[in-house]
Each structure stands twice: as C-alpha cells, then as structure tokens.
Design a protein around this ligand. Sequence first.
Ligand code: NDP
Length: 308
Amino acid sequence: MKKRTAKEVYTLSDLQVWRRSKSDAEPPIRLGLLGDPVAHSLSPQMQNAALRDCGIDMQYARLHIRPNELAEALDLIGELEFAGVNLTVPHKIAAVDFVDEIDEEAKQIGAVNTVVVGEGKLIGSNTDGVGFARAIRTEFSVDLRDLRVMLLGAGGAARAIAMQCAQVNCERLVVVNRDVDKAKHLVAELHPRFAGPRVLGPVARIEAVPLDERALRFQIGNVDLVVNATSLGLDPNDPPVLSATLLAPHLMVYDTVYRVGRTPLVQAAAEAGARAANGLSMLLYQGARSFEIWFKREAPLDVMRAAL
Ligand code: NDP
C-alpha cells in the first residue's frame, strides 16, 4: 500500500476542510494530539510505532489548536472519523467543558488528556496520574505512597499528579505554584483525603506554598520527591524551576517536562547530587494507557519505549 506521511502539524483550518481534502496521509489520520505548542511532542512517534506494531491502519498526527479554537476543534473531531485524541498544554482543563461524557478519574482531576470517540460522542479520561505513578516506580524503585512529595504547578498535569498522590495516600504533599491561590484551592480540595494520622515531624501532611525561595528552603528538608509539573523547562533556555542551591542530595527529582538529554531541572538536580529523571517515562506510561483506552487491548510498551 502507498504510505504518505502526515504533515508535521495540522491546524483548525485543516480540520475545517478535512472531508473535502481527505487530508493527504495514508494510513488515514484517526488519532492526534491537540496542543499549543505541539511541535515538540514525541507522542506521534510513540503512538505511530504502536499502531504499526499492532497492525492498526491509522496514523496519529499533531494538531496545533489555540485556546479559542478548542471547542470547534473537538466538535470537528467528533464529526470526522477520529478514534480519539490526546490533549496537552494548555487544553486539559478547558476540555472538560467540551466533551460529552467524562469518566470518574478525569472528573476528580478536573482535566482531560485522552478523548475516545464513540458514535459521535466524546468521552474524556485522564491517564497522567497512573502514568506518573508508574514512572516513579520505574525510575526510582519506590512506591509513591511511601513518599513525601513536593509538587510544583497547579495546572492540568499537576492536578492529575496531586489526585494520584491522594489516591495512593502518600505520606505528605506540598503544592507549590506561582499563582499560590491555585495551589491553595487544590490543597483545600484534597485536604479531607490527607486527614489521617500519618504525620511525620512538625509539618502538615498537606499544604500550599508560594514559589518563594525561603518557603521552599524550609520544605525541601521535609520532602523526598520533587516534581516539576509546570511548563517551565519546555523551552531549553528556561531557568530551572528550582535552582541547584535549593536542591539537596537526599532528593529524588522528577521533571514532567521531557526531552532527549537533560532538562534545566534535571541539570540542576545533577549539580546538587540528587537523583533525577525527566518526563519521558511518564509520557510512555500515560500514552500506553491512552492506547489501551482507544483500542481496549494491551499497548506494546517495548515498541513505544524504543520509539522514544
Ligand atoms: P497547564 O497550562 O495546565 O499548567 C501550567 C503550570 O505551569 C501552571 O501551574 C503555571 O502556573 C505553571 N507555569 C507556567 N509558566 C510558569 C513560569 N514561568 N514560572 C512558574 N510556573 C509557571 O499545563 P499542564 O499542566 O498541562 O502541563 C504542565 C507541564 O507538564 C508541561 O511542561 C507538560 O509538558 C508536562 N506534562 C508532561 C507529561 C508527560 O507525560 N511527561 C504529561 C502531561 C504534562 P500558574 O498557575 O501560576 O500560571
């Protein structure tokens, strides 16, 4: 069969004329990632390798969709012959309002990263939390539930990670955000789930903290795992969200930002003597779970890992 690769990036205008142009790809594009930006994403190479390995005659593409275009883009995804899509920055929270149904996990998280299309209906799920927990187990050989966690960020990815921490009842959770009110809001939501007696030392089991050096310096001594779930680091020229002088050798540092090579935070962690990993493992495990939701079959993990 003649194979034509998809364009690097599609836009809303392409979706608007999709049926007429039938796009120009073979196998046909029936899956994709909606984001802004989206060009950096490694999801297409990982998902396309899985599709090929399983003999599924579909292609996964990047769609650059701006925030004000999301509602129309998702409407079109429902009308066209898509099997599903993933959502990334900055659409995960907004997408909750634009799907027809949402599963329990995505509802609790308040964010959608996976949409499956069934009979024209869009059903939203979230695979970031389970992907994250599996990544921590693989990278550091520890269970999330045994850790005191400092989570930087309060957006879609951070909410999924915070809910996962609550679900496994981790030892402690400190939520840090530039807009501290968002961190406080998330902590207020989760507070009842951290009400148990598992307190270690003179610190609260769950609290919100501003992105401020003095507050962070105190907290660093009372956590085991630092997680960056902000978008800082997506641009290689970004400064690390925490500097090496704030980090310490006892820490495990997980940066959800991924790239081949070191992210600014992973570099800072290495300078501080801490163990660190970037978000490739979370990308792999959340993507594998999305694949399982779309096709109701096991994802070919080794093939997906190799593609990354
Ligand atoms: P959102 O847009 O929902 O949230 C962005 C977060 O980043 C907010 O907390 C925001 O803070 C913070 N932020 C943005 N710019 C800055 C800055 N200059 N300084 C400090 N904080 C900042 O994005 P998502 O939650 O969807 O994604 C966040 C990150 O998670 C991205 O880097 C993404 O690549 C990564 N991710 C990785 C995955 C993986 O599989 N590895 C899966 C999902 C996400 P504020 O509220 O103050 O604006």
